[in-house]
Design a protein around this ligand. Structure first.
Ligand SMILES: [Cu+2]
Length: 201
């Protein structure tokens, strides 16, 4: 009996160590958008306060890839399904104020920018935007978004530079406050990185 307990403990220990390695693997590296500025970057640079852990690691909003068919659950898109970053999915900042927005113009070219702390092999970058009349009073969900990306930048498994910019045309027909959801899909893992940016058209 004593031996069996010991064996179980050893097995449990291995499983725990494995889970730990998974959850922390590459934790130092990833990326986020700063043009238009993302919620995680606003938390990191102190424009928005009280965000919790995300202020130390805006690059770590990492969740399952495959959006919109798979990926984070509705209401958890802006935090990549990571519970400790849940503030990012709130429709308002931790102080209850609206998220600061970047002014943009539909139909115009815009240069999107990512900052990377690790340059992972990349499938592509996709950008989604909310529909006109989306529900601004709940955490962002698929029903709020046009689920066809307005911009897709294929990357064919290459690794991006530390700072990557690419241009695309912003959709027309939108006015007022919207959210752009940027998705960086990693080629050689099951994950993607998510960043929500609030904009005013
Ligand atoms: Cu990484």
């Amino acid at each position: 009996m004593r031996t069996k307990t010991k064996a179980s403990a050893v097995v449990l220990g291995v499983v725990t160590a494995g889970a730990f390695a998974l959850s922390t693997g590459g934790a130092s590296g990833h990326g986020y958008t700063d043009l238009p500025i993302s919620r995680q970057k606003l938390c990191q640079n102190g424009t928005v306060t009280g965000c919790g852990d995300i202020q130390w690691e805006p690059q770590s909003v990492e969740g399952p890839k495959g959006f919109p068919a798979a990926g984070p659950a509705d209401g958890r898109l802006c935090n990549g399904g990571v519970s400790r970053f849940a503030q990012l999915s709130s429709p308002v900042t931790p102080s209850g104020a609206p998220w600061p927005t970047t002014r943009v113009t539909g139909g115009q070219s815009y240069t999107f920018r990512w900052q990377f702390t690790a340059m992972h092999a990349t499938t592509d970058f996709e950008y989604y935007v909310t529909r006109q009349g989306w529900n601004q009073n709940h955490p962002l969900s698929r029903s709020d978004l046009d689920l066809t990306p307005f911009l897709t930048v294929p990357y064919n498994g290459r690794r991006p530079p530390a700072t990557l910019s690419h241009s695309g045309t912003l959709p027309t027909g939108l006015s007022g406050h919207h959210v752009i959801l940027a998705v960086w899909t990693i080629a050689d893992t099951g994950n993607a990185f998510y960043a929500c940016s609030d904009v005013t058209f």
